[in-house]
Write a protein that binds this ligand. Structure first.
Ligand code: SF4
Length: 372
């Protein structure tokens, strides 16, 4: 299959791995963060750690949309479903994430709340059209990849005059999260590894382009290589990062040029800009409150903003202290450091979002046998 088989060629993979081994200087350590949870899963699915020398260390970043949503926002979604008697629509991964007192959307549904799983934002709008006597709220989460479809559905609802539809907006911004990791004041105290570079996200970059990462190369002297999801993409990106580090360069390079441009998708960026504006601050699991790191619905579309439409009360909710998802998302702990991993916490009985989500690091370790 074009664009798939050619990026999974085992012989080529071994050749690139050999280059990595020969070019990685034995005298130093290379700590490379893959920001995106999809990359984390691809790295383990294809056994890439086994192809890397010991001094090339992949650090897992916060790019899992389900994982980074703090309990307080999930609790608010549950409150919307329970107290305000709305039909609450969510993507599947979100359903089993434990909120306060381990109550998930799925448990709320078992207790009588009308919670429904959808595959797209348009499914949620259709539900609203099919149920004109009920309020339908779309629980929107995700990075820049899923933001344009949410913007589109808000425009569509306005155009069609759908009055019983709104969006609980939790869309977050990748560059702000990278800044937060690099600026982290507690990094030293938490033992954050000195990061030498980033594997930049694939899907997000198809929307925002490579340009927003350029400031990390200039201001923080961190190389970034945007990579696709296939094994050769990832190995090539790792090789490109090692070369930059060895040559003392800090640039944004684009390994995923078959899908990513410098400017990104102008039409998608335009509709997002028309619909949303930056929040002053937003809470992330693992990163705390990060300034200008998330989006809210613009005043012109306030009628579709669930936060304006329903009197929801925001309460800060304590995270499960035994779960290490926070530090894992920060890149300072690994799933192996969690004593609950694979015992009390499994994909069948997840105690934290990193084990629930198809992009979570704990789920990746569990699925691909990295728990020994
Ligand atoms: Fe949290 Fe479970 Fe991962 Fe431990 S194994 S960090 S409890 S999700």
């Amino acid at each position: 299959m074009k664009y798939v088989d050619e990026y999974r060629d085992g012989k080529l993979a071994r050749e690139i791995a050999e280059r990595i081994r020969s070019e990685a200087l034995p005298s130093r350590q290379y700590n490379l963060m893959e920001f995106c949870g999809g990359h984390t899963h691809a790295i383990f699915r294809y056994g890439i750690p086994d192809l890397l020398p010991d001094n090339v260390n992949m650090v897992h970043g916060p790019g899992c949309p389900v994982c980074v949503l703090p309990i307080s926002r999930l609790d608010t979604a549950i409150e919307l479903a329970v107290t305000h008697n709305v039909i609450l629509c969510s993507y599947g991964d979100m359903m089993r994430v434990p909120g306060s007192r381990k109550r998930s959307l799925l448990k709320a549904r078992a207790e009588g709340a009308d919670v429904r799983m959808v595959y797209s934002s348009m499914d949620a709008l259709k539900l609203a059209q099919d149920n004109p006597d009920r309020e339908v709220v779309f629980f929107a989460i995700g990075f820049e990849t899923t933001t344009p479809p949410t913007a589109l559905v808000i425009h569509q609802a306005k155009k069609l005059g759908v009055k019983n539809f709104s969006v609980f907006c939790n869309h977050v911004l990748t560059p702000a999260a990278i800044s937060s990791i690099l600026d982290s004041p507690e990094a030293g105290a938490l033992g954050l590894l000195k990061l030498d570079g980033f594997v930049g996200p694939a899907h997000v970059s198809t929307v925002i382009g490579s340009q927003p990462y350029e400031r990390f190369a200039v201001e923080y002297s961190k190389p970034i290589v945007i990579a696709g999801f296939e094994p050769l993409d990832l190995l090539q990106a790792i090789l490109m990062l090692i070369r930059q580090v060895n040559e003392g360069r800090a640039e944004v390079e684009n390994e995923f040029s078959r899908a990513v441009t410098r400017q990104g998708n102008e039409r998608a960026k335009q509709i997002v800009d028309e619909t949303f504006e930056e929040r002053d601050s937003f809470e992330w699991r693992g990163l705390g409150f990060v300034p200008r790191s998330a989006l809210q619905i613009r005043a012109e579309f306030a009628e579709f903003d669930a936060e304006k439409r329903f009197p929801v009360e925001y309460r800060s909710s304590a995270e499960n202290s035994a779960c290490l998802c926070g530090p894992i998302l920060h890149g300072v702990k690994s799933p192996r450091d969690c004593t609950l991993f694979g015992g009390a916490c499994t994909p069948e009985n997840p105690l934290g979002p990193c084990m629930v989500s198809s992009e979570g690091a704990c789920a990746a370790y569990y699925s691909y046998g990295r728990h020994q």
